[in-house]
Design a protein. Structure first.
Length: 552
């Protein structure tokens, strides 16, 4: 422990020195955010008794009640349905049953059956319990049509009535976050439907295998998939036109491309160079998927601090952090509880400390502030997406989303990440806030992870609302620790596993300083005379900013 003590003390002294020179009300409120508060809340939320806070589980409901109790104790008003602190999210769960599910390649030399789990995993259907389809296949590069970049993988091929085969990811030439947007399976599904496709097979490339090994992916798929439901029972983001779908690993994809005009190696190389060729594959694919369908509900938790300025108090800054994790799953070394301490008990603990700081202000900020602990993030950002589509206030009143997912405290951090800051004026606000607590904002150190589309800020972005995704920094103040290497090691060994529990290294003061920076960012946005704006010509602003309705 000795190598970490002096840097940690030095970091705390720098922060204390910076804050000591500033006696403003917001800095005094920020100082109420304490390491002990984060530790205490994480200890409860990540306890084995909550069994990993799985979506719709009793453990999740206990966690939700705990968050409500904390918000009531802070004097915050309910902001859920019917005057409550809850917004129930109706869900449909679909789990693929391997027995009865099959994928057969009908090729020139006969039929080649692929083995479930060993060569592919199937996408669940949200429409019916059993689906059968035989259709020709066409390779369409990344499966992207992006007119703003002059790019179209579907050019020159006819996908109507066919199963499209795509590479995971998107052209890196788009830039990190636009590429992340086009990497989204939801985006690719919409594009496939627009071109008349009836199914999608995605190739889990070596690059994606390095990010998430196939055995881990296979384990996650076994837990089932979910979609939130409209009032008429329609599942969101589950186009009925796409009847089947699957992910193929390299062995499965090699068999698919066995008789193709280009080898899989050539296809992967062209994809890496951003110039994949699209072409029809010989033969057909015969696919059968059997699912188990279930209905359940899991609530978002919402509370509000009303603003002090009548002129703008009906505008809201919305803080989010997801409350769920994976629940009880496949045992690893005898442990089957996926506690989700860092992912995301740490973020909810930070959210509650930020809420406490707002409640401790002598006067609320000019605008109102809402705190939302979201459900079912691990199932596809579902709670946040449901709220963004069906907010408990008029959507045009939401001026910004500040999302916390991963208050990583593996080491004493020197920086914070405010992902998405380059897209709107929120980035400059976060930089100033971080400086006030002795931190600096770093650019995304892992753009290949496509983090900006993988947490709860993304549903807000897709509805035109500027947003930031906060993660504790990857730059260590301990010279003996390579922060980025430590985070990458955590992603390989503990992420989405039972190892993500309270036994991990945790520098709680680092988490408290991070939370103060998040609080000060939100405080500044809530008091700024101007609403946050997308930067001129920004990709997300151009794609989604027009969806916003001006405030009357």
């Amino acid at each position: 422990m000795r190598p970490t003590i002096l840097p940690l003390v030095a970091s705390a002294l720098v922060t204390a020195s910076v804050c000591a020179q500033d006696t403003s009300p917001e800095i005094r409120a920020a100082k109420t955010i304490r390491a002990e508060g984060i530790k205490a809340r994480m200890r409860f939320l990540a306890n084995d008794l909550l069994e990993g806070r799985g979506t719709g589980s009793q453990g999740y409901l206990i966690a939700a009640d705990f968050v409500v109790a904390q918000l009531i104790g802070l004097g915050l008003e309910p902001a859920g349905d019917d005057g409550s602190y809850f917004q129930p999210v109706p869900l449909r769960k679909s789990t693929v049953i391997p027995d009865g599910t099959s994928l057969v390649l009908v090729q020139r030399d006969g039929e080649t059956p692929l083995e479930y789990g060993e060569h592919y995993v199937a996408n669940a259907s949200f429409w019916q319990r059993a689906v059968e389809l035989t259709a020709p296949a066409v390779f369409v590069g990344y499966g992207v049509t992006a007119p703003e970049f002059g790019y179209d993988d579907y050019a020159g091929v006819d996908a109507a009535g066919k199963i499209v085969v795509t590479l995971e990811g998107a052209p890196v030439a788009f830039g990190a976050n636009p590429a992340a947007h086009y990497s989204s399976r939801t985006t690719k599904a919409r594009i496939a439907v627009d071109h008349g496709a009836v199914g999608v097979l995605s190739v889990w490339t070596p690059d994606y295998e390095n990010r998430l090994p196939w055995p881990v992916l296979r384990r996650l798929v076994r837990t089932g998939s979910m979609r939130w439901l409209e009032s008429d029972g329609t599942p969101a983001d589950a186009p009925r036109e796409l009847r089947v779908g699957a992910l193929l690993n390299m062995e499965g994809a090699t068999r698919l491309f066995a008789d193709a005009r280009e080898s899989l190696d050539a296809v992967l190389q062209a994809g890496a160079e951003g110039m994949p060729n699209s072409f029809h594959l010989p033969g057909q694919v015969r696919f059968r998927v059997v699912n188990r369908l279930e209905h359940l509900s899991s609530p978002n938790v919402l509370a509000t601090l009303r603003g002090s300025d009548p002129a703008v108090r009906d505008e809201y800054v919305v803080f989010t952090a997801h409350l769920d994790h994976e629940g009880v799953g496949e045992p690893l070394n005898g442990d089957s509880i996926y506690n989700g301490a860092y992912d995301n008990a740490s973020g909810v603990a930070a959210l509650l400390e930020v809420a406490k700081a707002f409640a401790r202000l002598p006067k609320p900020p000019r605008r109102s502030v809402m705190f939302v602990a979201t459900a079912a993030e691990e199932k596809g950002l579902l709670g946040a997406d449901y709220f963004a589509e069906h907010p408990t206030l008029a959507r045009e009143r939401i001026i910004a989303n500040l999302n916390i997912d991963g208050n990583l405290m593996l080491f004493p951090a020197r920086d914070i990440l405010a992902l998405g800051g380059e897209h709107s004026t929120l980035g400059e606000v976060a930089e100033r806030a971080a400086a006030r607590v002795g931190r600096f904002v770093s650019p995304d150190p892992m753009p290949e992870q496509t983090l900006f589309i993988r947490s709860d800020q993304y549903p807000f972005v897709k509805r035109g609302i500027p947003a930031l995704f906060f993660i504790n920094g990857f730059s260590s103040s301990d010279p003996s620790v390579n922060g980025l290497a430590a985070v990458q090691r955590w992603l390989r060994t503990a992420y989405h596993s039972p190892k993500d529990d309270m036994s991990q290294p945790m520098h709680f003061e680092s988490g408290a300083v991070f939370s103060r920076a998040v609080f000060l960012t939100g405080y500044a946005v809530a008091n700024d005379p101007e609403r946050p704006q997308w930067r001129p010509g920004d990709f997300f602003g151009e794609a989604f900013g027009r969806l916003r309705t001006p405030v009357p």
